[in-house]
Design a protein around this ligand. Structure first.
Ligand SMILES: [Fe+2]
Ligand SMILES: [Fe+2]
Length: 206
């Protein structure tokens, strides 16, 4: 049974995720670093990569909200991770604005899909729910390393954000494993990679 107060709280969070109003617990990493003169192509590339990361963080918000709606047991344990995801969302948004980029037009679509996915994962029971979370965080961590490889070495402000996010995602995966995550079957991991690839490929451009 889903309680109405919870639905309203999560609906409010959802609106804020889509509309770009986020409470932030930690300041944006790298704020103290000087802005680099990147050149037009490099700047657009960095903005597009951060648009992908922002879309990923919209999905993370939806996944955590879907799981919170579906399962009472884990909500407290995952609060810290959910709060850090809200920081990531705001940091990406700030950096995209600094780089003169824009957010993905597909965010509402990916948000809705991830919310449904998170809800279903939440209903499968805590061990599978955590397994899904651990695998997601693990894949995001690897994806962020890929972005660090593609970003200009001189773009220290963007890199500082991506590096901190990567550290946080590794921590989220550890938390899920510590709480008893089950290792997902290989086909499930493969399907998640395919969905992530579709998200990253489209949000780079759209
Ligand atoms: Fe994140
Ligand atoms: Fe995370």
């Amino acid at each position: 049974m889903i309680d109405i107060d919870r639905c309203i709280t999560e609906f409010d969070k959802g609106l804020r995720t889509i509309s770009g109003v986020h409470p932030v617990a930690r300041p944006t990493p790298g704020m103290e670093l000087p802005e680099t003169d990147l050149g037009e192509a490099e700047r657009r590339h960095a903005a597009a990569l951060m648009r992908v990361n922002h879309c990923g963080e919209v999905c993370a918000q939806a996944l955590y909200q879907g799981q919170a709606l579906a399962s009472d047991g884990l909500r407290g344990a995952l609060d810290q991770a959910a709060r850090e995801e809200a920081d990531h969302l705001a940091w990406c948004e700030n950096r995209i604005a600094e780089l003169g980029g824009r957010l993905s037009l597909l965010n509402p679509l990916w948000y809705a899909g991830s919310l449904a996915f998170g809800f279903v994962a939440g209903k499968l029971g805590d061990e599978w729910n955590l397994g899904f979370l651990a695998e997601t965080e693990h894949q995001v961590e690897r994806h962020l390393q890929g972005h660090l490889d593609r970003l200009s070495q001189s773009d220290t402000r963007t890199r500082a954000i991506v590096e901190q996010m990567k550290r946080d995602e590794a921590g989220h995966a550890d938390t899920a494993r510590r709480l008893g995550a089950r290792d997902l079957p290989a086909p499930a991991k493969g399907a998640m990679r395919l969905a992530a690839r579709a998200m990253t490929a489209t949000s780079y451009w759209i």
